[in-house]
Design a binder for this molecule. Structure first.
Ligand SMILES: [Zn+2]
Length: 81
């Protein structure tokens, strides 16, 4: 899980399929090439949603980023309960 904290994500679509090259974030999912990745604040919210099972935040993030390739919380919740 901790490795995911350092993950870069595309600021346009939220995909973690991003390559950082010469300070540019090149997204393989949507093809965007940006000079910045997803903001640290949103990365943190994703982490919190994933680790804490915060489905409300997760849904907000999902509607904001179309390629947010993260596991479904509904199934994770079921496992925990
Ligand atoms: Zn993208």
């Amino acid at each position: 899980m901790n490795a995911a904290l350092k993950m870069n994500r595309c600021a346009a679509c939220g995909s973690s399929n991003v390559k950082v090259e010469n300070g540019m974030y090149i997204c393989r999912a949507c093809g965007e090439s940006l000079d910045h990745g997803m903001s640290g604040a949103d990365l943190e919210r994703i982490q919190r949603a994933m680790l804490g099972g915060d489905t409300k935040t997760a849904q907000e993030l999902r509607s904001k980023y179309k390629n947010l390739d993260i596991t479904t919380w509904s199934s994770a919740d079921r496992l925990q309960n």
